[in-house]
Design a protein around this ligand. Sequence first.
Ligand SMILES: [Zn+2]
Ligand SMILES: [Zn+2]
Length: 421
Amino acid sequence: MALYSAPRGTQDILPEDQPYWRHILERAHYIAQLYGYQQLDTPIFEDTAIFEHGIGETTDIVEKEMYSFLDKGGDSITLRPEFTAGVVRAYLEHGMHVRPQPVKVYSLGPCFRYERPQAGRYRQHHQFNVEAIGEQDPAVDLEVMSVAWYLYEDLGFKGLSFQLNSIGCPRCRPNFLTVLVEYYQGHADDICDDCRRRLERNPLRLLDCKTESCQPIIDAAPSMREYLCDECAEHFQTLLGYLDSLGRPYTLSHRLVRGLDYYTKTVFEVWAEGIGAQNAVCGGGRYDGLAEVLGGPPTPGVGFASGLERIVLTMKHQGVQVPALPAPQVLIASLDEQTKLMGVKLASNLRVAGIGALISFGDRSLKAQLRQADREGVAFTLIIGEREAEAGQVTVRDMARGEQHLVALEDVISWLSQRLM
Ligand SMILES: [Zn+2]
Ligand SMILES: [Zn+2]
């Protein structure tokens, strides 16, 4: 019978890769807390309607990529393809508008999209997601962008920069869309099939087409930034002023869009150097119309999501070192059933005292047990032989120095504690 393998587009995160993950999670928690963001965990699945409305029915995610199914009660549920819609649902459901605004939350966990798998992109992937809901001040846009920036900087990424755009609001965007559609109608014969569909259903998305033949048309296309209303223009200028004062490099890009009505104003990505054609390590923006789409009162919001697989890939590309995970520092070697019994008991006492301890299983020679201690990289091997057992002692072998000490059984914990702290 053939062995099973993990489903296409998923991966096992093996012990040797865990130091990256542990480090990223630890830094993400730390930095979020530094900026005053609190953790919010939402369910891995939600009512399908939340994503249909909260992401938009004309997006690739909703049209092609969702894991949706009827549960045994006949309800349509969907594994979350992203966090924002569920987070805003939670904000509304728990009446968080009565708390001090903005409500600043972050989440960490898996998301699911039925996509073509490629480097750093998985059907089950993990995100660090940050949202600030209930405030329209551009200083909040800056803060959210800064959380992402600081995380990558802290992780040791090189060549960071923002890609930035404003996509306006429901007051100013329709004018722009009229101009954009007119422009594209003049190129209707040259655009790809997807773009022909976008021209009908969701023209803003024309600007982020990835098809080669559409690129010159996008290059010459009109830019939303030329059509911003006073409020949107001022919001954007203020944000740019903040970025300038912090000395954060950014590139204005009219290609950066989120083609849905409830995304407004700021759209951004963070790019890192040398990670291939797709340089973005995160994407985010403002969504002042989203809460209303989900049935709530008008509530501004801004956030970003960063794929952790992509962060791990970037760290490996850029040769970023991560600290090793803590591991047991002591191995107890014994020579027969009786001394093994003592070893089991000693190991138990060491762990209670906070000293990580391994015992050797099976019937192995002392030499084999010492080899194991070497492989495990422990600092000390405690050898309990017949002689030691009779004298109530343990031979402690310092693995780095190759020295051995005889230590009374009752003193072993304090002896080790002094040397391992
Ligand atoms: Zn506007
Ligand atoms: Zn196209």
